[in-house]
Design a protein around this ligand. Structure first.
Ligand SMILES: Cc1ncc(COP(=O)(O)O)c(C=O)c1O
Length: 393
């Protein structure tokens, strides 16, 4: 009889060797048993989902929305998403909308539909780790042109990006407003990128989950404003950040109509359908949620300014002012191991931040602080960071 080592049985498929666990999770695991930690490591609003949305879920349960539903999403939610896009000035019909269980699930489905092992994916960095991890799980090769810290903001040089999007590229992933950097794309830049990708036949995956979290206006420019339904443009979105619904796991995809049957097939073989009572709550969030969105933007705007001012007062920190999303992503002079720094800050000062290196090599030397929290909590966190760094000298 051939003996098989347990280690061999438990070994994952070889391709997964290239995929790394999230370093944000690793810091959070270290902090799990510690008392008094100010937890600003995850990208999560600190407040519970608004009551009118929770009530809508309860009512949907009471109405018996507890059965399997269509792979595409329930018709009222697809219609509400179409209406929502129309209100934002985009002519998006229901035939282009696919409901997903979260933004992460949306990215997975799009990557499953479009990527083959070995495909080249362009993703500017620093980037949210899942955006590189999801294509990597599918065997794609992720190439990352650098954003630069240009005085007050993170920027992406268009020449650098367009050079990276070669004829061999299958997909470019663009997350603007971006996590962790808060960078934005202008309409003119989107037009340049779209024209380039049209010429080369490259897919654009726009991660628009922070499009309503902007500090000038009420919505970031989107590729959906300028693309036709036939363009190779897919937008993924989520209820998590905008409507404070992270734990609900609800998102959506806007895609060319011809891609929808493929998404439905892949959806069937992954989660089959999204819980219908959650989808019905999503309808109400879209319909009645604009006042909440405005309040959330105003609060994060104040929080951003508070955090930027306080961190800028600390020597050794280079602190850009993000234009969107809910993070301060700042450089610590002299730091070349942000993971070690985040762990030390956690143990000594009980402040939980995400290490910059979690967002790819371009993020090394930086830390990310999520400012979707109470102002007093943010002020205390900044004081602790200042105290820690002053002791380091
Ligand atoms: C850039 C970006 N895209 C997508 C998501 C996905 O959010 P969710 O899976 O909660 O919908 C996140 C969450 O942190 C994010 O930061």
């Amino acid at each position: 009889m051939v003996s098989v080592e347990f280690a061999d049985l438990a070994a994952p498929r070889p391709g997964l060797g290239a995929v790394r666990p999230s370093l944000i999770q690793k810091v959070a695991e270290q902090g799990a048993g510690l008392e008094g930690v100010i937890k600003l490591w995850f990208g999560e609003p600190d407040r519970v989902t608004p009551k009118f949305i929770r009530d809508a879920a309860t009512a949907a349960l009471d109405d018996g929305h507890t059965f399997y539903v269509s792979n595409f999403g329930v018709p009222p939610l697809r219609q509400a998403l179409s209406d929502y896009n129309v209100r934002l000035g985009r002519d998006i019909g229901v035939e282009r909308i696919f409901v997903t269980s979260s933004g992460v699930n949306a990215i997975q489905l799009v990557c499953d539909a479009l990527l083959s092992p070995g495909d080249r994916v362009v993703l500017p960095g620093p980037y949210w780790p899942n955006l590189s991890g999801i294509p990597a799980v599918r065997g794609a090769e992720v190439v990352s042109p650098d954003l630069t810290l240009d005085g007050d903001v993170w920027r992406l040089d268009m020449d650098v990006l367009l050079d990276a999007i070669t004829p061999e590229t299958r997909m470019v992933m663009l997350n603007a407003p971006g996590n962790p950097s808060g960078w934005m794309l202008t309409r003119a830049e989107q037009e340049t990128i779209l024209a380039h990708c049209r010429r080369l036949g490259v897919w654009i995956l726009a991660d628009d989950v922070y499009e309503r979290v902007v500090f000038s206006g009420d919505c970031a420019p989107s590729f959906l404003d300028i693309a036709t339904p036939e363009d190779r443009v897919v937008s993924i979105n989520s209820f998590s950040k905008n409507w404070a619904m992270t734990g609900w796991r609800l998102g959506w995809i806007v895609a060319p109509p011809t891609l929808l049957p493929t998404l439905a097939m892949l959806g069937e073989y992954s989660i089959s359908c999204v819980a219908p009572f959650i989808q019905h709550a999503g309808v109400v969030a879209l319909r009645d949620g604009e006042a909440f969105l405005a309040e959330m933007r105003a609060r994060y705007h104040d929080n951003r300014d508070l955090v930027v001012e306080r961190l800028r007062a600390i020597p050794r920190l280079q602190v850009p002012r993000p234009e969107g999303a809910m993070y301060a992503f700042f450089r610590v002079e002299g730091c070349d191991d942000s993971f070690a720094l985040a762990l030390d800050l956690l143990r000594k000062e009980r402040v939980g931040l995400a290490p910059g290196v979690a967002f790819g090599p371009r993020g090394e030397g930086c830390l990310r602080l999520c400012f979707a929290a109470e102002a007093s909590v943010l002020a205390e966190a900044c004081d602790r960071i200042g105290a820690y760094l002053s002791r380091q000298g």
